[in-house]
Write a protein of this length. Structure first.
Length: 161
């Protein structure tokens, strides 16, 4: 007397043999190969989902940090004018600490070589004192998160005559 599961296995074996004429006819080998293929597909799916989640998280973090850039600029201006005191200084320190924890990197310094991929030239000068184009003045610092440029540094460029 056969059970329902044995009948299902028999039907599956017959379908596999009919679908793959001229190939392996050992049903165990065919089922093992199918199982290995499904396991590989599942492993690839899981890796792809994990990678997509990481990318989505990075994009969301970059979007939030981008929105904070104007606030960071205001904090820098207030600090440079000596207007950052009391409770406002504590809030500014917390915001700066938060952006540091998320690895927001500020870049752009006077004298850096001009790179159009990370700098935006707003002014142009020539000088005999330089041999290569440099960022002679930082009008607005640039910010990047990981390898993503959130905002290019806005600079005045000095080129050789």
């Amino acid at each position: 007397m056969t059970t329902d599961s044995e009948n299902e296995i028999q039907v599956l074996e017959e379908e596999i043999i009919e679908e793959a004429p001229g190939q392996e006819t050992d049903p165990v080998a065919v089922l093992t190969a199918d199982l290995q293929r499904l396991q590989a597909e599942y492993a690839n799916y899981r890796k792809r989902v994990e990678r997509d989640r990481a990318v989505a998280s990075e994009i969301a973090t970059a979007a939030v940090l981008t929105e904070l850039l104007a606030t960071l600029d205001d904090i820098d201006r207030a600090s440079s004018h000596g207007e950052l005191t009391g409770g406002f200084k504590a809030v500014a320190d917390q915001i700066t600490s938060l952006t540091n924890r998320f690895n927001l990197e500020r870049y752009g310094a006077e004298g850096d070589l001009f790179d159009p991929q990370i700098h935006e030239a707003l002014m142009h000068e020539t000088s005999a004192d330089v041999t290569t184009p440099i960022a002679s003045k930082i009008l607005q610092p640039g910010y990047k998160y990981k390898e993503r440029i959130l905002r290019p540094a806005r600079v005045a460029v000095t080129e050789p005559e």
